[in-house]
Design a protein. Structure first.
Ligand SMILES: [Zn+2]
Length: 709
């Protein structure tokens, strides 16, 4: 009997986007990166696309695109961010699916419910929207229909499986403890435990309305070892654990994809090792994906599931509504009674959103029921909002009515986004995840009011006020709402900073975010800021003469500050280079016997180094020694400098062969100074050169194997 292996990664980040700009604003805890999406891309999503496989002597001999070899799902809101901010990694993911499709006849990618909502806690309407939008998003990105869909937290009930089956989804993945019973040879169902169920085969779950869906239960012990027991520390151990005691059928594991690289640094290298072993045919084991396996081995055994169960709460789906005892965040003594009012107030809002929507939508759309599921085409970018309105709106609407139509659809999207499971997952309501969830509710409430809906904010806040934070006694839900959530609603006055300080061009004071385009126009009586809102088609203008003004907690102050700091970093380096050039002749007498050169200012050190690395200026051996010690004691200067050098090094690597010698010299010199540069992108560039074997010295310095030229 053949032995097959399937390694699944669930890749996801909480929706971090600001509901007005539709992009992520700075998150201080992710520094030096701008936000956590960027940080985890650097630690995990990108490394998996170019995973280092080492040869026997520890040199990198291959960059493995793990997405071509593992089963995976990515959250649509994460991919939307990645497409803009990490396009190279994004392309690697799409390419991975394409390659697996060519190899196996079925692609590695699964879809994922759109906003990562806990499906058993969602209404029937919301279930269908989460699935429909996920399917449309998947089709647009991967160019094919999804065969499988990942459920947030693997939370499941029969009506969720019905929703998947209705959308043409053929299978999903569940934890072994979600299996309740399996039909035996005698035709009866027999209870199974999580240790008792055979996870090496798919099961058929028959659904009440006559359809059925296949379910893979993942291997619990091996998945746990990946997620929690440091199994990724060694590729050989990983391989042995994956294939040990497998006598036939499918060994499948599923974990958070972030285990590879973010939770465990270099975890992606263990996976690359496993990929190589399987490709070599070791132990008669081959790598496959769920869809390919299912096509070759349709489910014949039947299973019953535990409804309202999930993979990260042993109490079912209580974690997303009560103080069940499950939480992450590092405070085991904290109380999570805030979870219930948080869910209740969002349900309360969604009830009025749905009621208002169905009333108003009839006045605006040809088919108010069909329009909402199809809105996913606009979210996915496969149809423009204007074309969508032309297709769905009743004839003869004026522009104000068309704006209202857009607002109703956006209101539904924002209300749905507020249910992302992350808001309840951790141990306090004042954390970033619940506050983000509430910010989507803030936007939905505003859209409800602006389209003539009932004023339900007071009722919403009354329920929310029952939530108590563990962080501060005076923080209940109502206080958080008033002091931390509502102030995130931007004023147009704040926006002026963007076109003014970061213009698209010198003569065009414009700046565009995915959610809004900002244009600053001069005029005889002062400046005017025009805002074009992408998702409502509304235009607004405000006169903005005078300096920028920010409210105290403005998130736009942080964003503008981040951008300015990055720009000024370069300007400061230029000044430092200038200073270092002027001071160079005065430094020539320094010897290491002296404790410190009196004429050396800290300000000129980055310039001194930069000029030596790139501008041909001399740097004496004694000064090199002094600077190496100085950098060790001054990481605050060293790290930004290392980042700027890294960027220049990548450019050199992309200009091979002409810049090969310059890159060798650069790497050697940075080592003299004790700088630790992350040569990851340079390695990628050199590995992509067809005849890298001619650059022996460069390969050796970068830790790359040298193939025979
Ligand atoms: Zn629990």
């Amino acid at each position: 009997m053949s032995k097959a292996l399937c390694v699944h990664g669930h890749f996801y980040q909480p929706p971090r986007f600001d509901p007005w700009l539709e992009d992520v604003l700075p998150e201080g805890s992710a520094a030096p990166e701008h936000d956590w999406n960027a940080r985890i891309t650097r630690e995990c999503y990108a490394p998996l696309g170019w995973a280092r496989r080492l040869d026997g002597s520890g040199m990198i001999c291959e960059l493995v695109n793990c997405y071509a070899w593992m089963s995976f799902n990515f959250g649509p809101t994460l991919l939307r961010w990645m497409e803009i901010h990490a396009p190279g990694t994004y392309e690697r993911i799409i390419e991975g699916d394409r390659q697996s499709l060519a190899r196996l006849g079925h692609g590695n990618a699964l879809a994922q419910v759109y906003h990562h909502a806990i499906m058993p806690l969602a209404t029937e309407l919301d279930k269908d929207l989460e699935v429909a939008w996920a399917v449309q998003d998947f089709r647009t990105r991967f160019g094919r229909d999804p065969e499988g869909m990942w459920l947030a937290e693997t939370a499941v009930d029969l009506s969720t499986l019905e929703a998947l089956a209705r959308a043409g989804i053929r299978f999903t993945i569940l934890a072994p403890r979600q299996a309740r019973a399996v039909r035996g040879a005698d035709g009866d169902f027999h209870p199974v435990s999580e240790d008792g169920i055979d996870t090496t085969r798919p099961y058929l779950v028959r659904l009440p309305q006559g359809k059925s869906i296949s379910v893979f239960f993942y291997d619990g012990p091996v998945s746990r070892a990946v997620a929690f027991e440091r199994l990724l520390g060694s590729g050989e151990n990983f391989w042995n654990r994956l294939t040990g005691s497998l006598h036939g059928g499918l060994r499948n594991i599923a974990t958070d994809g972030e285990s590879y690289g973010h939770h465990f640094q270099f975890g992606e290298m263990a996976l690359a090792y496993v990929v190589h072993q399987a490709r070599e045919g070791r132990d008669g084991v081959g790598l496959t994906n769920y869809a390919a396996y299912l096509a070759a081995h349709p489910a014949t055994d039947e299973a019953l599931i535990h409804e309202n169960s999930s993979w990260s709460c042993v109490h079912g789906v209580e974690r997303w509504k009560t103080h069940c005892g499950c939480s992450d965040g590092g405070h085991p003594d904290w109380i999570q009674d805030w979870r219930r009012p948080l869910r209740r107030c969002l349900n309360y809002l969604k009830y009025y959103v749905d009621e208002h929507y169905s009333k108003r939508a009839k006045e605006l759309f040809r088919d108010d029921k069909a329009v909402l599921p199809e809105y996913g085409l606009v979210l996915a970018g496969s149809e423009s909002l204007v074309d969508f309105l032309d297709r769905h709106c009743l004839p003869g609407l004026d522009s104000a009515q068309r704006i209202d139509a857009c607002r109703l659809l956006l209101m539904q999207r924002m209300a749905l986004a507020s249910f992302s499971s992350c808001a309840w997952f951790f141990d306090d309501i004042a954390r970033i995840e619940p506050l983000n969830g509430l910010t989507f509710a803030r936007r939905a409430l505003d859209l409800l009011a602006s389209t003539g809906g009932p004023d339900v904010e007071a009722g919403f806040v009354r329920v929310l006020s029952e939530a108590q934070s563990n962080m501060r006694e005076d923080w209940d839900g109502a206080v958080l709402w008033k002091e931390l959530v509502t102030p995130r609603r931007p004023s147009l006055q704040e926006f002026v900073v963007y076109p003014r300080r970061f213009p698209a061009a010198k003569d065009r004071q414009e700046m565009a975010w995915p959610g809004v385009r900002l244009v600053l126009e001069p005029g005889a009586k002062g400046e005017t800021l025009r805002c074009f809102w992408t998702w409502t088609l509304k235009e607004e203008a405000v006169s903005v003469s005078g300096p920028e003004e920010f409210p105290p907690l403005s998130r736009h102050k942080a964003e503008a500050g981040f951008r300015l700091a990055r720009e000024h970093e370069r300007a400061l380096l230029e000044q430092s280079c200038l200073l270092a050039r002027q001071m160079a002749p005065l430094l020539s007498g320094f010897t290491e016997g002296q404790s410190e050169p009196p004429q050396l200012l800290a300000m000129q050190i980055p310039g001194l180094v930069w000029n030596w690395l790139f501008e041909g200026q001399e740097l004496s051996r004694d000064l090199q020694g002094y600077l190496a010690a100085w950098f060790a004691a001054n990481p605050g200067v060293r790290k930004p400098l290392e980042r700027l050098i890294e960027e220049r090094g990548t450019q050199l690597a992309l200009s091979l062969p002409s810049q090969a010698h310059a890159l060798v010299e650069l790497i050697t010199r940075t080592r003299h100074l004790g700088l630790s540069i992350y040569w990851w992108e340079a390695q990628n560039a050199v590995m992509a050169v067809p005849n890298r074997g001619v650059h022996v010295e460069l390969c050796t310095l970068l830790g790359l194997s040298v193939p025979e030229a």
